[in-house]
Unconditional design. Structure first.
Lengths: 299, 461
């Protein structure tokens, strides 16, 4: 009779130890992350400038206001433009680079891997400023194009709406492709090489191998990178601020940039800014949910 | 034993890195672009360097004790230098007073001020801080409990240029002692004008119509535009507006964008400058400065603090000249004078010894021509009228062809029409910048102004 009860207490003991280890971290996360989130949520129902906050009337005023705010709707469009164009290109590119680098015959693998990953080690602000300089009227790109005879006069890349957006996308590709590639490389390590050998013996072409073996087996990693990239793109800030300053005429401003302006550049409107942040949270959650449903087809 | 030592070292390293992590502000990166607005501070990079030195002193920033004044300002070569000079002047009569200047970039002052005001921790503020003129109204109205009313502080505000003092007057009360001059000057490369058969006199007291005509001649002969501006920033627009005393807001604080005739004239003038090739747009502040120093353009129009940047091109010494800006055609009250940028000293509500702070400001920045003579070397031009009569201001400047530029600029500054900055200055500025970009690209002027007005109205909610 006494035996099971003492076993229970041992179990309990183990549990208690586990909880003891968990508690400090959990408490800190709750205090530092969840409490501010709840406070921000409450703040999003308040209106007013600076410290003169009062409860919004009607209560969802900050949320309905977003849809009448032309700059904010423009920023949503811009952010989704980046998302739809940049994320697929980047992930496909990363996948291709990863499978090339995974080739056992390739020499200087370490060198190439480092070179592709290196952009991730640069600061976001620094690279954005360098890109801005590259595409300046008297920057390297214009100089090259004019001297090669492709352009007659320098093209103002950052003052035209479409080219400004494209340059942000190029910047993002440069900065983040290597980062995603590393995830794929580590995913590829988990695929048995014998699978590829078997495919080779069966006469599969490299393209067939890629689509029939690499992609399906990497699916969990692809899902992970897709969700992370979506999340990152929706919160895009540094490039918009430093590369184009949201211009020309708000053509490249992102949601986070506008939220920053609303809180610090303009007269502080924290309630509205908090409400906009929550819209981003909802968008990220919805998109991640869709991707999980689409991507996760376990039998 | 070895292991223990190693683990101790590791713990030490971790603690150190955590502590260092706390002090890492990372705020400096907003620098290059916005520092442009920090008009007094032409050297944008300083703001970045400054950030690091600030943090260590962060805790000591709170208002000083007995006979000590703590001051926040940002540029070691400019306003910090001036503050230290002011301290020296004051200490002659009051040897027991110390002034503790803490280098704080404007971006950080704004963030700290917002944080202190929203969290109620006003005791983190210094006694005196330097505030950008364009941000003055916004901060006083949003955070009234941060500032001290200076109207009856003994400072004689009538001695300052009216257009300048107006930045820091809210509801008829003075909250700031004007500091550096932002009077607009037009600078030209005389060697390039000569090639086109023109002299500086052809650019003095002219209208924008004449300016465009002259610009076309210069462009034809030298291939250089007269003017460069940063795309998407409407510095020139705001200067043109103020030159006719016009504002983007009405007295009652409502937006005055749609149906603002002066604004329409300004936009049309700007488009004309751009279409004729007299004006080129560049992408960033650095590019703008380099267009001046590398000789890509034959001149510029900006606040007089731009001289500091121009003078970095030492090989161009003697090739520059200064005069007043062109005036708008057809605008009511148009003049050849305007203002761009500048800053003013504010006394915080955390100041314990307001008597001391008042007396300090009244007898230095608002009462000592000696101080202004001392700081003229760093390019700090007074808005304090009596200083302009001093001999130091009449000294010729060889870089600008031996002209007495300092007294000239002080004279300009007294003629600047006053206008309404408005609390929502930055909102309106951005909305108008958007309208202009769209208008230049073929948009309809009325429709764009309508959009700008509704954007500002939405943001004012």
């Amino acid at each position: 009779m006494s035996k099971p009860s003492s076993k229970m207490s041992l179990d309990k003991k183990h549990n208690m130890t586990g909880w003891a280890f968990l508690t400090p971290a959990a408490l800190l996360i709750f205090l530092m992350s969840f409490v501010p989130m709840i406070q921000a949520f409450l703040l999003s129902f308040k209106m007013g400038k600076g410290n003169n906050l009062s409860t919004a009337d009607p209560i969802f005023a900050n949320y309905t206001r977003m849809f009448t705010d032309t700059v904010f709707t423009q920023s949503i469009k811009n952010t989704f433009f980046y998302l739809i164009i940049q994320v697929p290109i980047m992930l496909v590119l990363a996948l291709i680079l990863a499978s090339i680098l995974n080739n056992r015959q390739l020499r200087f693998k370490g060198l190439f891997r480092t070179m592709i990953f290196l952009p991730c080690a640069t600061s976001l602000v620094a690279y954005a400023i360098i890109f801005r300089t590259l595409f300046a009227n008297d920057g390297l790109v214009n100089l090259a194009l004019v001297n090669l005879g492709i352009l007659k006069t320098p093209y103002a890349f950052l003052t035209h709406a479409t080219s400004a957006k494209i340059i942000i996308i190029i910047g993002l590709l440069w900065r983040w492709t290597g980062y995603n590639m590393v995830f794929y490389l580590s995913g590829l390590q988990n695929i048995e090489y014998s699978v590829y050998e078997a495919a080779k013996i069966d006469g599969a072409s490299p393209i067939q191998t890629f689509f029939k073996i690499t992609v399906p087996l990497l699916k969990p990693t692809i899902l992970l990178t897709a969700i992370m990239s979506t999340n990152g793109t929706l919160q895009l800030f540094d490039e918009s601020v430093n590369l184009t300053d949201g211009g020309p005429a708000n053509a490249s401003i992102t949601m986070s940039h506008y939220i920053y302006n609303m809180s610090f550049k303009y007269v502080p409107t924290f309630g509205y800014a908090a409400a906009m942040s929550f819209l981003i949270l909802i968008l990220v959650a919805v998109l991640a949910f869709i991707q999980m449903k689409v991507g996760d087809k376990r039998d | 034993m070895k292991k223990k030592l190693l683990s101790l070292l590791m713990v030490g390293a971790m603690t150190a890195s955590m502590l260092a992590g706390c002090g890492d502000s990372g705020k400096s990166d907003a620098g290059t672009d916005t520092a442009k607005d920090d008009a007094g501070d032409a050297a944008a990079d300083d703001a970045g360097d400054a950030a690091e030195g600030t943090e260590a002193a962060g805790d000591a920033a709170a208002s000083g004790g007995e006979n000590t004044l703590t001051v926040w300002c940002w540029d070691p070569a400019f306003n910090i230098f001036s503050m230290n000079e002011a301290a020296k002047v004051y200490q002659k009569d009051h040897p027991d007073v110390t002034v503790n200047v803490i280098e704080t970039p404007w971006e950080d002052i704004q963030t700290k001020l917002t944080t202190a005001a929203t969290s109620g921790a006003l005791d983190t503020l210094p006694d005196i801080m330097l505030v950008q003129d364009n941000a003055f109204q916004k901060n006083v109205i949003t955070f009234p409990d941060v500032f001290t009313d200076l109207t009856n502080s003994g400072v004689d505000f009538s001695q300052f240029a009216a257009g300048k003092t107006a930045y820091s007057v809210i509801d008829g009360k003075n909250y700031g002692v004007p500091f550096d001059n932002g009077a607009v000057i037009a600078c030209y490369r005389t060697d390039m004008l000569e090639e086109a058969g023109l002299t500086i006199d052809d650019f003095t007291d002219i209208t924008f119509d004449q300016y465009v005509e002259n610009g076309k001649k210069v462009l034809e002969k030298t291939g250089k535009p007269l003017l460069s501006m940063q795309a998407g920033e409407c510095d020139l627009i705001m200067m043109m507006m103020q030159s006719a005393g016009a504002s983007l807001f009405n007295e009652d604080g409502t937006a005055n964008i749609l149906g603002n005739d002066t604004l329409k004239i300004v936009m049309e003038t700007y488009k004309k400058l751009k279409d004729e090739g007299v004006l080129i747009e560049v992408n960033s502040w650095d590019e703008y400065v380099s267009s001046l120093t590398s000789g890509t353009v034959a001149g510029t129009i900006n606040g007089c603090w731009i001289m500091a940047s121009i003078q970095t091109a030492e090989d161009q010494s003697g090739k520059w000249a200064i005069t007043n800006m062109p005036s708008l055609v057809g605008a009511e009250g148009a003049t050849n004078y305007s203002n761009n940028g500048g800053s003013s000293w504010a006394v915080s509500s955390n100041c314990k010894d307001t008597e001391l702070a008042f007396d300090f400001l009244a007898s230095t920045f608002a009462g000592s021509t000696e101080l202004y003579d001392n700081i003229i070397s760093c390019g700090a031009l007074a808005t304090y009228a009596p200083a302009g009569d001093s001999e130091a201001y009449a000294a010729p400047n060889d870089f600008f062809g031996g002209d007495a530029v300092s007294s000239k600029i002080v004279e300009f500054s007294t003629k600047v029409p006053s206008n309404i900055t408005g609390v929502y200055y930055y909102e309106a500025r951005d909305a108008v910048a958007t309208a202009i970009t769209n208008y230049i690209n073929g948009g309809d002027i009325e429709a764009e102004l309508q959009t700008a007005e509704s954007t500002v109205n939405n943001q004012m909610q």
